[in-house]
Design a protein around this ligand. Structure first.
Ligand code: ADP
Length: 501
């Protein structure tokens, strides 16, 4: 038995190592940075370096843009039918599916995400490739009745050209597939700039795209820890026709501004400040389940994580005490062990931010009923799952996105107060509420100023549904059939002077 297990393990390690790439992908070649510089990728659970990847420069990014442009204009890519592109995406999907375990292991190693969640992300992220493989064949145009005789109005959708995709570390795979799946389905070519914290997952899926037969230059991956000048190049280059970015609001605003000169297509998925409202009419057990799922997935490091909990007076004590029990039972540690539910924070900057926010609340007389401390015995980036009550509206955990395992709870009296407080932010990505009252459900769902609403549900993202925000949380939608829109131009062809008689 032992011999069989270790043989399996050796086989798995071999296949894992074949997916760990330490070079970037430009024009179908696995390359170093022109400067030969590299940067280290380390495991946030223990600080161990797990790989070194090219630290690419603006010059290298320029080569990637050139490659993507050539590929876009090449017969090899342009002559493909929608069905051909769909088939390529299906092959890519199949290969990712076959390598779920290996990709998840790479993801856990570089992001700290618990292995079960990492596997979940591979499945979820891969579902976008499957979805867009299906959508590729349904990018329909229109023939519109004309009011002028002897004329036909034809509307068609065409790919925008080269798209630059800048992605974050919190979903190292799904944020790439949600963008690249749509772009490739539409017929664009892409340059992916993954987060400096999680480039290995990006390179692994790019390797599988290559194996799936993606023509050279159609997908390029640029790894770098000097994102700003490369982002600026993407925005300024006339050869890049669209930018899709998921990350902080601050960087999103910068890219939006920089893209103005070139009047570029911009899709921004930025930060949230999600309200999670529990009404007296709620099923509290369901609300606690939803709160745990929404808040503690990926250690609270998701842009749709509940950020401010508003709980109505009548169910307040019950909700808080049940939530406290569940939070105290969370298993924290290296995401590699199967039973771990909470891993480390991604990096020191995040750690300082989360612990700083809790300290700020403490000094403003908030009540920390669970956690509220670092866990150095586990490693320097571990922070205890925390619940803070009596949160003053001036505290940072209330006004800003925590991006960590911290629940902040505010008691409210009536529906109007809850909705007003929920909307009292410049962010508007996701919002959640729990209510068994049908009238209230429709009223509140319509009034929340967010792009996505979870009603009696804490996890809402799906490939079939449009993901995106309002206010400063972004522009554009990803996933669903709307996800294609950012990668196509609408062209109107006026067929005139037709002789019908
Ligand atoms: P987070 O706080 O989630 O790390 P960031 O917005 O800093 O969010 O990072 C998200 C992605 O944006 C990463 O790939 C990062 O390298 C990239 N990035 C950071 N700063 C810039 C910038 N000035 N221009 C372009 N991309 C950037």
């Amino acid at each position: 038995m032992f011999r069989r297990l270790s043989a399996l393990r050796v086989a798995r390690m071999r296949s894992l190592s074949s997916l760990v790439q330490t070079k970037a992908l430009v024009n179908g070649a696995w390359v170093d940075a022109s400067s030969r510089e590299t940067f280290a990728v380390s495991n946030p659970a223990n600080g161990q370096v797990i790989g070194n990847v090219p630290n690419m420069t603006v010059e290298d990014a320029q080569s990637a843009i050139k490659a993507a442009k050539q590929a876009y204009e090449s017969k090899e890519w342009r002559s493909l039918t929608a069905k051909d592109r769909s088939n390529l995406l299906k092959k890519w999907h199949k290969l990712i599916e076959e390598h779920t375990q290996e990709i998840a292991e790479i993801m856990t190693a570089e992001s700290g995400k618990p292995i079960n969640e990492a596997k979940g992300e591979v499945i979820y992220g891969n579902a976008f490739i499957e979805w867009f493989a299906e959508e590729a064949r349904r990018i329909y145009g229109e023939i519109v009745p004309s009011s002028t005789p002897n004329r036909e109005i034809i509307v068609m959708k065409q790919p925008i050209g080269v798209a630059a995709l800048i992605t974050p570390w919190n979903f190292p795979l799904a944020m790439i597939t949600r963008k690249a799946g749509a772009a490739l389905a539409a017929g664009c070519t892409v340059i992916v700039k993954p987060s400096e914290d999680t480039p290995l997952t990006a390179l692994a899926v790019a390797k599988l795209a290559e194996e799936a037969g993606m023509p050279k230059g159609v997908i390029n991956v640029i790894t770098t820890n000097k994102a700003a000048p490369i982002g600026q190049l993407f925005c300024k280059s006339p050869d890049v026709r669209g930018i899709s970015f998921t990350g902080s609001t601050q960087v999103g605003k910068l890219l939006f501004r920089d893209s103005a000169d070139g009047i570029k297509r911009v899709c921004l998925e930025l930060g949230g400040n999600a309200p999670f409202i529990v009404f007296d009419s709620a099923n509290v057990d369901k609300a606690v389940d939803g709160a745990m799922a929404s808040k503690f997935r990926n250690c609270g490091q998701t842009c749709v994580s509940a950020n401010r909990f508003f709980v109505q007076e009548g169910v307040y004590d019950k909700f808080v005490s049940q939530l406290k029990q569940r939070v105290e039972a969370l298993k924290i540690g290296d995401g590699n062990s199967c039973d771990v539910q909470i891993g480390p924070l991604i990096n020191k900057m995040q750690f300082d931010k989360v612990s700083g926010f809790v300290e700020d609340a403490r000094t403003k007389a908030a009540n920390i009923i669970v956690g509220g401390k670092a866990l150095p015995e586990l490693g320097p980036l571990f922070y205890a799952p925390t619940i803070v009550t009596d949160v003053p509206p001036t505290s940072q955990i209330y006004t800003e996105e925590v991006f960590g395992p911290v629940v902040s709870i505010i008691k409210f009296k009536d529906e109007q107060e809850a909705v007003q407080k929920a909307n009292d932010t410049q962010r508007g990505l996701a919002g959640y509420f729990y209510s068994e009252n049908l009238q209230q459900v429709f009223r509140v769902a319509k009034r929340l100023e967010v792009g996505m609403v979870g009603v009696n549900e804490g996890i809402i993202s799906a490939p079939e549904a449009p993901f995106g925000g309002v206010k400063e949380s972004g522009v554009g939608r990803e996933g669903s059939h709307h996800g294609i829109d950012d990668y196509v131009d609408i062209k109107y062809i006026c067929m005139g002077n037709l002789k019908y008689d």
